[in-house]
Design a protein around this ligand. Structure first.
Ligand SMILES: [Fe+2]
Length: 155
């Protein structure tokens, strides 16, 4: 993901504590923001080595940026369950995107870019797996806070 996505994720998930009541989710998202920054550096190195930024990579990055901005809005709107839903869908979009980029790079004989995309894809799969394992606990925590009338229920 490009820097703007990482920046948005940080902006929407850390200050003001919009998901402070979900410390595990918050920590894993912050970890993934760090991974995202590293991915950007690795992808840029690949593109620099090729001497060009492929239009395919730009398209994926642009769509991902737009989506992440929307996702930030969901978290900022105190709707943590919708945010978890969007994150889960988003990670799978990234998995598919990096599989496509890896296949294209491999077909074009760019093994370094293909390997980098494979590595990034694995990080996206790990994030998606984490969400799959924890999304139920987010929902349970949300419902418990809501039923107890806590003002923090939706966060
Ligand atoms: Fe991701």
């Amino acid at each position: 993901m490009p820097e703007s996505m990482a920046t948005n994720a940080v902006t929407y998930t850390t200050p003001g504590g919009t998901i402070e009541n979900y410390p595990q989710l918050k920590a894993r998202i912050e970890q993934h923001v760090g991974e995202t920054r590293s991915q950007k550096v690795r992808l840029e190195a690949c593109l620099k080595a090729r001497g060009t930024a492929s239009s395919g990579t730009k398209d994926v990055a642009g769509k991902a940026t737009a989506f992440m901005q929307g996702l930030g809005g969901v978290f900022a709107g105190d709707e943590v369950v919708k945010g978890a839903l969007a994150s889960y869908a988003f990670e799978h979009m990234e998995i598919a995107s990096y599989k496509i980029l890896a296949a294209a790079a491999r077909q074009l004989g760019d093994q370094d870019t293909a390997q980098t995309c494979d590595e990034i894809c694995r990080e996206e799969e790990e994030m998606a797996e984490w969400l799959a394992d924890h999304i139920d606990s987010v929902v349970i925590a949300y419902l418990q806070r809501e039923s107890s009338g806590s003002s923090a229920s939706k966060r």
